[in-house]
Design a protein around this ligand. Sequence first.
Ligand code: NAD
Ligand code: ZN
Ligand code: ZN
Length: 346
Amino acid sequence: MKALQYREIGAAPEVVEIPTPEPGPGEVLLKVTAAGVCHSDIAVMSWPADQFPYPLPLTLGHEGAGTVAALGNGVIGLDVGESVAVYGPWGCGRCIKCAAGAENYCLRARELGINPPGLGAPGAIAEYLIVDDARHLVPLGDLDPVETVPLTDAGLTPYHAIKQSLPKLTPGSSAVVIGTGGLGHVAVQLLRALTSVRVIALDVSQDKLDLARKVGAHETIISDEGAADKVKELTGGVGAQAVFDFVGAAPTVKTAGACASVEADVTIVGIGGGTLPVGFGVLPFEVSVKSPYWGTRDELIEVFDLARAGAIDVHVERFSLDEAPEAYERLHAGTINGRAVILPNG
Ligand code: NAD
Ligand code: ZN
Ligand code: ZN
């Protein structure tokens, strides 16, 4: 089969021919219908050899959807041909976090060498994908796999972040979304669907801000040194009750802190390496700062239910598997508006 692999530190990913995998006991083989392209892969491919945690070559893609092609021994409850999406942050399934659906925070994954597809295990940008356990599959039903696959990360990750801040997002309050790319343009829609807050979007690109406005942002601001002052102005000097930073670089976490109101939540989702100092008087009183990872299994089901209710419209750009390297180049260059999705069998 064909797969997109990162093969050598610092090199661009390439489309290669590799053996089609067969499902072992308990595993499920998917024929991939759609695989999303996440900016985290760009970060992964920038890590130096001595810090690179996964074996190479690595088949990329941690947002995956497919049809069930074959079941390993002992797998029950799935039908061959069924359309499913993959819950990506695989855990052990048995620890207290996994038991609560929070496999993203599995207490034993590292020790057991369990990695998500595309982030250690072979990923979804391939004609076929092995899923380690049927519990990591969520039925899609009538949802379109191409438009839905980004929700497994670009939807689930902001959903998890926003859900925790819902008690603060009361009517009359404001939320700031920094970086309205793949994750951020879904975050804007989630905020609109789940709350009645004023949504203020920040990005460096006018195209991304135009998309943010189209999908529901009330205000858009170019992200620069003056952006936090503009947020303050728009909020009557108060600031935003929740700030979601989908860039996480030094200048954006600074902006995020400077946008916050008293008792605000500042959630750093982007992995751009920025740090935000916390201490008495450094930020407004009682601001909480956190940096979450992905989301829980039950939250993914909730995100799909929101999509079914028509509340989320992911802006997707389609690519064939042969065009996958170009999708990564374009993402790196900042010219993907919304999410790039690869159709390995399309
Ligand atoms: P993306 O490239 O689709 O979107 C990033 C957006 O940020 C783009 O619109 C870009 O124009 C904008 N941007 C860049 N610099 C900016 C700045 N200084 N100010 C404002 N906007 C700026 O990326 P994505 O796939 O949506 O991922 C977003 C980030 O979230 C990445 O860092 C990714 O690695 C990270 N991520 C984290 C998790 C997690 O679990 N914590 C999960 C998925 C992705
Ligand atoms: Zn991702
Ligand atoms: Zn676990």
